[in-house]
Design a protein. Structure first.
Length: 120
């Protein structure tokens, strides 16, 4: 089961270079995909900011109903800063990492920052 990082969805939605690889991954694993609330909001912010309202609308209709949206538990926020410092990640990567650990998910990402984390 996978926590799909923002980068994977944006690669497809913004029609970037690795779109086919990401789309194939999503299609093959559709029954085992999760997205964090943070990623979902980030995708919305980026698409709407870039005047791609129609792309977000299609994403909301085609993708969101088929994946589970998860959030970090309230108690996990207490160790967020410590985890951020330990791995040298920024806030969003730390959030994704902690959700993946909490829900026992593998992170599907194009973000090389996750290579810093030894236990994924």
């Amino acid at each position: 089961m996978y926590l799909v990082d923002t980068s994977v969805f944006l690669e497809v939605l913004l029609i970037q270079d690795k779109r086919k690889i990401c789309k194939d991954f999503l299609d093959l694993n559709i029954d085992n995909l999760y997205i964090s609330d943070f990623s979902l909001h980030s995708i919305g912010v980026i698409l709407i900011r870039n005047k791609k309202d129609d792309v977000f609308q299609r994403f909301a209709v085609d993708v969101i109903p088929n994946i589970d949206i998860i959030t970090l538990s309230k108690s996990s926020y207490e160790s967020l800063v410590e985890t951020k410092i330990r791995f040298g990640l920024d806030f969003d990567d730390t959030y994704q990492y902690m959700i993946a650990k909490e829900y026992d998910l593998e992170i599907a990402t194009l973000d090389s920052d996750f290579k810093k984390v030894s236990d994924l």
